[in-house]
Design a binder for this molecule. Sequence first.
Ligand code: PEP
Length: 247
Amino acid sequence: MRTPIIAGNWKMNNTIKEAIELIDGIKKNELNEEVEAVVCVPFTAIRDVKEAIKGTKIKLGAQNMHWEESGAFTGEVSPLMLNELEVEYCIVGHSERRQYFSETDETVNKKIKSALAHGIKPIVCVGETLTQREANKAEEVVKNQVVKGFEGISVEDINNIVIAYEPIWAIGTGKTASSDDANAMCAFIRETIGELYGNEKDNIRIQYGGSVKPNNIKELMGKSDIDGALVGGASLKADDFVKLINY
Ligand code: PEP
């Protein structure tokens, strides 16, 4: 069975002080042991959050990484640097990075390979724009992102990858895909993984992301092909994030 995974994407929010307050707020609660909970925090807060989550089941994630280990890449952070901080997960190819920082399927592919080579589990984001959905192109776009993103990734690595289906029009907008539409796309992604990797399709975890909140998590998690959520806004409030983990 696939272990549910709820990951918070803090984006460019929380100073170190605020990060610790948020973790302290989460820690005041019992967390569902059956659910994997991850916080993907800004680079500047990783070291302090690592200390703050010690002794809890919460896992540590980053929001981006470069594929090279070192070099002349001003402003970037390498997988070795994340290894040193014991980062377990890293979001790769979030739509905001694709949109504002020119990430492409090719760079996403390099990052996935590098993350895996360094023992970091990538949370690979895919998803269509509203225009693409309205033009009935959503499946084509998402399939293309998956196929290109996974080029050259071996079947042995599939278990260490999480896919997050995030329709761009649902991120931070308060608009959620209906649970049926979200599930249909997650099932379609699973089918695509099946075409590439056979039975591993049943093992890979696929999250939904896009305005996930305490009031819609249960319905989404009840669906056959949704194994978790990648959460922006609601991961910034301790009570809400706890409710998502304890759905
Ligand atoms: C996200 O940042 O990946 C996201 C889904 O954001 P929100 O939950 O705020 O829509």
